[in-house]
Design a protein around this ligand. Structure first.
Ligand code: CU
Length: 152
């Protein structure tokens, strides 16, 4: 799986470079966040993982502090360290940088799913940040074995 994670990092890097030419607030002092590459592998139990990239075009850092969704009883932020994962209270989004949630790394954990979302459906989540306003994201449900770099 290691080579797949590297490919994802390369793809995300290309994305960030493209974003640098955008408007935003490059010399400014506020975070300017956008979300891309979000997906949920179709869950096999009442738990699901979620992956996305948060790009910050602004000159100030921010942090993802919580996630809510009508589809799940709870959504938590998880950090993966080696073979184990642990829940964290926030994940930093650096200034002029990005927060990447990807297979084998940081991820969202949906628990107590109210129903099992199927491939092709979308799950609506709301991302909450330390400084920026909330962002609503429609996360597409992909096959359980989906790897994002297959599309590149
Ligand atoms: Cu986890």
């Amino acid at each position: 799986m290691r080579h797949l994670a590297v490919s994802a990092a390369v793809a995300a890097g290309a994305l960030a470079l493209t974003a640098c030419g955008g408007s935003g607030d490059p010399g400014g002092t506020k975070a300017d966040l956008s979300v891309s590459s979000s997906y949920i592998p179709q869950p096999v139990s009442d738990m699901a993982a979620g992956f996305l990239t948060i790009v910050n075009k602004g000159g100030a850092k921010d942090a993802l502090t919580s996630v809510t969704s009508d589809a799940a009883g709870s959504v938590t932020l998880h950090r993966t360290a080696g073979q184990s994962m642990r829940q964290v209270t926030s994940l930093d989004v650096p200034a002029h940088g990005r927060l990447v949630l990807e297979t084998g790394g940081n991820h969202l954990m949906f628990e107590k799913l109210k129903r099992k979302p199927k491939q092709g459906e979308k799950v609506t989540v709301e991302l909450h940040f330390a400084d920026s306003g909330p962002i609503k994201v429609e996360m597409p449900v992909k096959p359980a074995t989906y790897q994002p770099m297959n599309g590149h």
